[in-house]
Design a protein around this ligand. Structure first.
Ligand SMILES: [Zn+2]
Length: 324
C-alpha cells in the first residue's frame, strides 16, 4: 500500500537552508562581539572573547581610577509569570459553591476581608456579584436582577412582622429574629419586619401606580423599577422599632433601636444599605430602615473596613441613576 509522501527536497533547497543558517550564526557572532565591545566601554580594549576583568588604570602615582567591571553575562529576561493564587481553584471553594453554602464559600476564601479583596481585585472568577441567589449579590440602578423576574427558592417568616410585611429568604428570617432578640436584650426594644420580599409582579404594580400618580421622575425616586429592587432577592428587610408599640419605617432612624441596628446589625449579617452621604453611589436617599443581609462574615468585613456602600466594598461603579 502506497502512502502519500512529501515531495523530496532538492539540493537547491538544502543549500539555501545552509546559507541562512550561516548567515544567522554570523549575525549572532557579530552581535555578541558588539555586546562585548559595549560592555568593555571601548572596542579597542583587549582581544575579543577574552574573559574581561576589572581594570585599574594608574594615571598618576596618587590617583587610581577604578573602572566599572564589564558585564560578564546579559541580564536575565524577566517574564513576569509570578503565579497568582486563584482562590476559586481551591476544592473547598468549589464544593461550597456547588452546595450553595455562601458562608462556607467566604470561609474557604479565608474570611470576609480576604473574599472582598479577591473579588474587588478581579481575582475570583467563580464569584458572580450579579447572581441574585448569593449573599454577595449587588443589585442597584445599573445592576438589575438576572433574570429580571427572579424569586428566591425558599422563604421564611420572622417572628415579628407588622401588617403584610411579606417574607424573607428562608435563612434571613432567623437572622432577623436574632437581631431582634439582641436589640431587645440591649434594651432598645424588638425589631419587626415591615417589608421584606417583593415579587417582580408586585413591583410592576407598585411602580406603575407611582408613575401614574407622580410622574416618571418622582416615581423613580419613590419606588425601584421592577427587576431593580433589592427586596426581590429576599435579602432586604425594611424594619421598624417595637418598643411598646411598633413605629413606622420613616421614624426608625431616629429611634434608639435604629442607632443600635446601625452600630450592631453587622454581627447578625446585616448592613444598612443606604446611608447618608452616599446617594451619588447608591442612587437612593438614606434609608436607615432598609437592611440588607450579606451574611455575618461579609458584614463583619464591611464593618471592620469602614465601608458605607456595597458598591465601594466590592469596587463597583457608582449607580446614581438608571441607565435608560
Ligand atoms: Zn427597603
Amino acid at each position: 500500500m502506497a502512502y502519500p509522501r512529501h515531495p523530496e527536497r532538492g539540493p537547491g533547497v538544502d543549500q539555501r537552508v545552509v546559507f541562512l543558517m550561516s548567515l544567522t550564526i554570523g549575525l549572532a557572532v557579530a552581535l555578541t562581539g558588539a555586546l562585548w565591545a559595549l560592555a568593555d566601554g571601548s572596542a579597542a580594549k583587549g582581544p575579543r572573547g577574552a574573559a574581561p576583568t576589572a581594570l585599574h588604570v594608574l594615571e598618576s602615582p596618587e590617583t587610581v581610577v577604578e573602572m566599572p567591571s564589564p558585564a560578564t553575562s546579559l541580564p536575565p529576561v524577566m517574564l513576569h509569570v509570578t503565579p497568582v493564587a486563584d482562590p476559586c481553584a481551591q476544592e473547598a471553594v468549589q464544593q461550597a459553591l456547588a452546595a450553595g453554602s455562601d458562608e462556607a464559600v467566604v470561609a474557604a476564601f479565608g474570611g470576609g476581608a480576604a473574599f472582598r479583596s479577591a473579588v474587588s481585585a478581579g481575582n475570583a472568577p467563580c464569584i458572580d456579584l450579579a447572581d441574585p441567589r448569593r449573599e454577595w449579590a449587588v443589585v442597584n440602578k445599573s445592576r438589575p436582577l438576572n433574570p429580571l423576574d427572579f424569586a428566591p427558592a425558599a422563604f421564611g417568616d420572622p417572628a415579628l412582622v407588622v401588617d403584610d410585611a411579606g417574607s424573607l429568604r428562608a435563612d434571613v428570617a432567623p437572622a432577623l429574629d436574632q437581631l431582634s432578640a439582641a436589640a431587645d436584650a440591649a434594651g432598645v426594644g424588638r425589631i419587626a419586619l415591615a417589608s421584606g420580599y417583593r415579587s417582580y409582579a408586585t413591583q410592576v404594580q407598585t411602580y406603575s401606580s407611582q408613575i401614574q400618580q407622580y410622574g416618571q421622575a418622582q416615581g423613580d425616586a419613590l419606588s425601584a423599577r421592577p427587576g431593580f429592587s433589592e427586596h426581590q432577592t429576599g435579602l432586604a428587610a425594611d424594619v421598624v422599632s417595637c418598643a411598646g408599640g411598633c413605629g413606622d419605617i420613616d421614624s426608625f432612624g431616629g429611634t434608639s433601636a435604629g442607632e443600635w441596628v446601625a452600630a450592631n446589625g453587622w454581627q447578625y449579617g446585616f448592613v444598612v444599605r443606604y446611608v447618608a452621604g452616599q446617594s451619588a453611589v447608591t442612587g437612593y436617599d438614606p434609608e436607615p430602615w432598609h437592611l440588607r443581609y450579606v451574611g455575618p462574615a461579609l458584614a463583619a468585613a464591611y464593618h471592620d473596613g469602614g465601608f458605607a456602600t456595597l458598591e465601594q466594598f466590592f469596587g463597583l461603579s457608582a449607580a446614581p441613576a438608571y441607565l435608560g
